[in-house]
Design a protein around this ligand. Structure first.
Ligand code: SF4
Ligand code: SF4
Length: 220
């Protein structure tokens, strides 16, 4: 689903006036209501200039403030940000849009429908959303990336990218995608840009796991 198109009339009776508060209570979403719609973020965003992509930071904030929860959380636009922080640097109101978008991504994953995430935290069926294809992929990649840090104390590229391609993109399509990049992967291994063997003894692993434990207990 796209965010609301320019020529569509918005039915505010169906909006969720509490959505902005939901975002504000998320880490990173605190300054959302400071936005006065100047558009500096959108004008400076490199992704917003790319034809065919839908990311428009100012518009997303406006939609959140209007309570268009489903439209925003199901959109692919919230997954197109590359986290360059240009919008955050330029915002005169210190909205920190890069963090707002992370907050929106977390809410959308938590609210996604039960078929995808058996342990969906959203109890109210009416508030569950259907995560976009882009959202599923990004979430799947982030999950494998984080698991790799937990496992080794830092990332080990062949392991988490391999698992992402096999399980995140689905077998056998993921394996086929991997084959497309095989010469590049081998080139990177021979130039020691990717470690072929796992970082068995990462002294940081114990410390990293403590951080995971603390983050988990805070999220309960
Ligand atoms: S730059 Fe800041 S104040 Fe201006 S529209 Fe973007 S978020 Fe809102
Ligand atoms: S952080 Fe995201 S939204 Fe902000 S300028 Fe960069 S790509 Fe655009």
């Amino acid at each position: 689903m796209n965010t609301v198109s320019m020529d569509k009339i918005i039915d505010l009776n169906a909006s969720d006036p509490n959505f902005k508060n939901e975002v504000v209570t998320e880490p990173g979403g605190q300054h959302l209501k400071n936005c006065f719609q100047c558009s500096s973020c959108t004008l400076t965003c490199p992704v917003a200039e790319v034809p065919g992509l839908e990311l428009n930071p100012r518009k997303i904030i406006r939609e959140v403030l209007l309570g268009l929860r489903k439209e925003v959380l199901e959109s692919k636009a919230i997954w197109q940000c590359v986290g360059c922080f240009e919008c955050t640097d330029r915002c005169p109101q210190k909205v920190r849009f890069t963090e707002v978008i992370e907050a929106l991504r977390r809410i959308s994953v938590r609210s996604s429908d039960k078929k995808l995430y058996i342990f969906s935290k959203e109890k109210d069926k009416n508030r569950r959303i259907k995560l976009s294809k882009e959202g599923k992929r990004k979430h799947s990649f982030d999950k494998r990336f984080t698991e790799s840090i937990w496992l080794w104390g830092r990332t080990w590229e062949p392991e988490y990218i391999g698992r992402y391609l096999m399980f995140g993109r689905g077998f056998p399509f993921g394996a086929l995608i991997g084959f497309r990049y095989i010469s590049m992967i081998l080139g990177m291994i021979t130039k020691f840009k990717i470690e072929f063997f796992p970082p068995w003894v990462s002294p940081a692993r114990r410390e990293v796991r403590k951080i995971f434990k603390r983050a988990k207990s805070k999220n309960k």
